[in-house]
Design a protein around this ligand. Structure first.
Ligand SMILES: [Zn+2]
Ligand SMILES: [Zn+2]
Length: 160
């Protein structure tokens, strides 16, 4: 059920109920990077839950990701690196989306993302007051308005 590469990470990967095996290819780059980030940031992660929602209509009825401080576990719905690093930011800070989180998230984006992925992640910070502050400190200008977030699963064809 679980591909070999996913059994060789420093944390356990737990696919969600009714996980569609065709989703592994979307998760692979994100989970391999998370493995590297956990090592470099000395973050202990017990397990990571990943979702699949092929053919989902409308909005997925839960968050794109979250971090459980007690279980040291990550839940990921959105299979992008930005969401994963956003959650690592929570793991390395406290106080939800306050300044400590925004500082960690922006530091992680700058360290582990490049090009378009980095630009888009930095703009997503503008969803939060703390993120807009951090953006202004880094770039010396106001953050552009962050686009509304659409689920990556919306309209995603499992055959592609
Ligand atoms: Zn989900
Ligand atoms: Zn968050």
């Amino acid at each position: 059920m679980i591909p070999m590469w996913a059994t060789e990470l420093s944390f356990e990967v737990r696919p969600g109920q009714k996980f569609d095996a065709r989703a592994w290819k979307y998760w692979k780059p994100v989970l391999l990077l998370l493995n590297e980030v956990a090592k470099k940031e000395k973050l202990k992660i017990n397990w990571v839950r990943v979702h699949s929602h092929f053919g989902h209509k409308g909005d997925v009825p839960h968050a794109m990701g979250w971090w459980d401080h007690e279980q040291k576990a990550m839940f990921l719905c959105h299979f992008d690196k930005e969401t994963m690093l956003h959650e690592v930011g929570h793991a390395l800070s406290s106080g939800y989306h306050g300044d400590p989180w925004a500082k960690q998230a922006s530091r992680l984006y700058l360290k582990y993302l490049t090009g378009k992925e980095l630009r888009e992640a930095m703009i997503q910070l503008a969803h939060y007051l703390s993120g807009r502050r951090v953006y202004k400190t880094i770039y010396g200008e106001k953050a552009p308005k962050a686009p509304e977030i659409q689920s990556l699963w919306k309209g995603l064809d499992s055959k592609k």
